[in-house]
Design a protein around this ligand. Structure first.
Ligand code: R5P
Length: 302
């Protein structure tokens, strides 16, 4: 088998390769001066099981295009099987037509991946499970929740509750609550459709007074959802606020906002590459070993 990395998350790809004890595949990811991407696969892929890791993190459109062009380049080398590893699947929040005149972007991105043509996809914590149905090829939909459940206990003190910061995230938070055998609290968040990135917490369903609270969310983008949720939990008497995040985009002023927020710890996976974090409140939960295990299983059965 060969594992190639796109340019979005070479740190994670290298960590996976180390787990598998293999070198990363040899690929040149050249750009023309006008921005055109020109991948050049330098290894012989004939009859090999080929994995391509690419997170659809910002600059998202470039990373998606790179993933698709790498797919075409590999296909032309006659591999036995080609599998895309997409730790963060961007555009997933556009999983339905929120209002007339908008696209269902996640479905179109799924189709592009099939056109490449990847024959299988491994991904992690899709914003909406239903996105699996947008693909005709097999999708292995992994979750970071078991990893969080293993890491969190060392950071917890006293009575603890798991918190969903919005109604849409209840299923995800409930899973972690049941894995850790802890009660669930739900917050209601409203988002202004016209001011896309602005949200506010309007009510908390459950008791957080004097408790350690763990907010579970799939994505931090601007940080607004988590900062608002932390403020509301503190106002309702929460003793401590911890956060688990599958995909840390940290766009705009997210770090400033989160540094100011009353948050003790943010556990975030490495689905999106980041060399450094602004403070010690960030804990990295690496997906490398779990993704390496999945690659091993696929390779054994191919
Ligand atoms: C929304 O439904 C997601 O689960 C996240 O809560 C949201 O994407 C976070 O965005 P932001 O950090 O910009 O509030």
């Amino acid at each position: 088998m060969i594992l190639f990395s796109g340019s979005s998350n070479q740190l994670l790809a290298k960590a996976i390769a180390d787990h598998l004890n293999i070198p990363l595949g040899n690929v040149d990811l050249e750009r023309f001066s006008d921005g055109e991407i020109r991948p050049w696969i330098k290894d012989d892929v004939r009859d090999k099981i080929v994995f391509v890791l690419q997170s659809f993190a910002p600059p998202m459109n470039d990373h998606i295009m790179e993933c698709i062009l790498m797919g075409d380049a590999i296909r032309r080398g006659a591999p036995k099987r080609m599998i895309g590893i997409i730790p963060y699947f961007g555009y997933a929040r556009q999983d339905k037509q929120h209002r007339m005149g908008e696209p269902v972007s996640a479905r179109i991105i799924a189709k592009l991946i099939e056109v490449a043509p990847y024959q299988e996809v491994i991904t992690v914590d899709l914003h909406n499970d239903a996105i699996v149905g947008f693909f005709r090829i097999p999708v292995i939909h992994k979750s970071a929740l078991p990893l969080f459940a293993r890491i969190l206990p060392q950071y917890l003190e006293g009575d603890t509750v798991i918190v969903s910061p919005d109604v849409g995230g209840v299923k995800r938070a409930r899973k972690l609550a049941s894995q850790m055998d802890l009660p669930l609290v739900v917050m209601e968040k409203r988002r202004n459709l016209d001011a896309k990135d602005v949200s506010e917490t309007v009510q908390i369903i459950g008791n957080v007074s004097g408790k350690t609270t763990v907010i579970v969310d799939d994505i931090i983008s601007t940080g607004g959802t988590i900062a608002n949720a932390a403020t509301a939990l503190k106002e309702a008497g929460a003793k401590r606020v911890l956060v688990t995040i599958s995909h840390g985009l940290f766009t705009g002023h997210a770090f400033e906002l989160l540094e100011q927020a009353q948050i003790d710890t943010i556990v975030v996976t490495d689905s999106i590459a980041r060399k450094a974090f602004p403070s010690k409140k960030y804990v990295i939960a690496s997906l490398a070993s779990s993704l390496a295990d999945t690659i091993r299983v696929i390779a054994q059965h191919a």
